[in-house]
Design a protein around this ligand. Sequence first.
Ligand code: C5P
Length: 222
Amino acid sequence: SDSVNIAIDGPAGAGKSTVAKLVSEELGFLYIDTGAMYRALTLAAIRENVNTLNERDLSELLSQCRIQLLVDQNGSRVLLNDKDVTTDIRSDEVNKAVSLVSSYQSVREEMVERQRQLASITNSVLDGRDIGTFVLPNARLKVFLTATVTERARRRHEEQLSKGMPSDYEQLQADIAKRDELDSTRAFAPLKKAEDAVEIDTTTLSIAEVAQAITDLAKERT
Ligand code: C5P
């Protein structure tokens, strides 16, 4: 296809979504938050009491889930079967179950098909774990964002507190480390830097600096 795609991968809390949003706005591209898609399915499973240990039931559930990512005056929103789940997909319950749900091959194949479809029709910035390695191996630009676990937990902690939500820093650190471990060691399309990805360690960089660096790289290649 003719559309230009930018892949931003990396572990939880490296700043992918914030940066991907800024870069997409700057370039006039669509932002596709693939994590939100796995989160929406996870939320559906929790709500419908679908056993997250059962791959077939999850796949079946996914076939009935319409997941939409849209941007309007309220910012980026996620709809699950036409209902707004933007906030609900960020709950602790979803955080804890999402890596298991997204570990299943049949679930990933369906999600990846949806992501490729979206990316093929629009210039877009996708963030996730496997965009550069698996979803879009021919992306125009691939970025791998990292930061230390301590720094990523600190960012999440500040984010929670700024929203007036309760937050336990030690717990966040443990949860992030656990999610990294599950995402990096799963059999199918694990979290991994693509060989041709540009790695950016964001530990000591601001969001604006990271977004600028990626936008510059993207402009050089378009
Ligand atoms: O990016 P975010 O932290 O919202 O993603 C939530 C979870 O969804 C990740 O921890 C990972 O388990 C899964 N995920 C994935 N592949 C993607 C995006 C997210 O497996 N492309």
